[in-house]
Design a protein around this ligand. Sequence first.
Ligand SMILES: Nc1ncnc2c1ncn2[C@@H]1O[C@H](COP(=O)(O)OP(=O)(O)OP(=O)(O)O)[C@@H](O)[C@H]1O
Ligand SMILES: [Mg+2]
Length: 295
Amino acid sequence: MQTKFILFSGKGGVGKTSMASTTAVYYAEKGCKTLIVTTDPAANLSDVFEQEIGHKITPIEGVQNLYAMEIDPDKATDEYKERSLAPMRELFDEDLIKVAEEQLSGPCTEEMAAFDKFIDFMETDDYEVVIFDTAPTGHTIRLLELPVDWSRHIEESAKGSGQTCMGPVALIQDSKKKYDNAIAKLRDFNQTDFIFVMQPEETSLQETLRSSHDLEEIGIHTTKVIINGLIPEAETIVPFFKGKYDRQQVVIEKAKELFSQLPIQTMELFDTELKGVDMFKRSAEKLFQGSDSNE
Ligand SMILES: Nc1ncnc2c1ncn2[C@@H]1O[C@H](COP(=O)(O)OP(=O)(O)OP(=O)(O)O)[C@@H](O)[C@H]1O
Ligand SMILES: [Mg+2]
C-alpha cells in the first residue's frame, strides 16, 4: 500500500482547515486509516473537532480510523535539538556539546525542526491517507522551499567550509537524503495531492494563481482547486444574494478557464460554522457528491 498525501493550502481564512477536515472525515468514513496533521503554528484542529489534540497523535471521537495531531513548533524544536545532539553525547565532551547546542540555537533550527516534523509523517506507512492542513500560503511555500534550499546549502558547504547554519556538514548529510526523499514525494503527483482552497472572489482567484505558480517554481504541481463559500442557489430569491451568486458564478467560470487542466470542486456556504464531526460528515457528502468510491 502506498500512503496518499494530501496538502491543503490557500490564503488566510479561505477554508483550508474546514476542507482538510472534511476530506479527512470522508476518507476515514470510507474505512481508510487517516491522519490529519496541521503545520499551522496557530493550529485549531482542537476547536474544530471539539476535543483536546495537541502535539501528539490523537484518535478522533465519533469517527473510526481518524487521527489528528497539531505540530507545536516549540516542542518540535526541542525534539529536533535532542535528536541531533543524542548521537554526539556519547562521542564528545561537554564543551563540544555546548558548542553544538549553541549552533542548534541558530535562526534556521526552528524552521528546520518544523519541516523535519512535517516530513516525519511523509516517512511513516502507518496510514493510508495523511492530510496536511497548512498555515496560510506564504508560510507553507516557505516551508516547502526550505528543503530545496537546505539541500543546496548542505551540498555547497560540503565543498567549502564544512559548516552549515545547522552545524557541521558531516552531521547532517543524512538529513539531506531525508529531505531529497521528501521533496521527491511532494513532487510526485501520483502520491501527493496539492489542493488550493479559494473563495469565489476575483482577488482570491488571483492569489491562488500566483501561489500555484510559486509552487510550480519548486517543482510541486497543484492537483485540484476547491472553491469554497458558494451562495446556495435556493437563496437567490433574495436580490442581495442573487447579485452575489451571479458574481461568484463569473469567478467560477474564470477559474475553470484558468485552471483548465485541473479538477475544480465547489463547496456551498453553510448557515453555521464548519465544526464537529457530524457537520464534517455533512460537508463531506457535498464535497464528494458524484465522485466515485475509488477516489
Ligand atoms: N462552506 C462553509 N460554510 C460555512 N462556514 C464555513 C465554510 N467554510 C469555512 N467556514 C468557516 O469560515 C471560517 C474559516 O474557515 P477555516 O478555519 O477552515 O479557514 P482557514 O483557511 O483554515 O483559516 P486560517 O488561514 O485562519 O487557518 C471558520 O469559522 C469556518 O467554520
Ligand atoms: Mg486553518
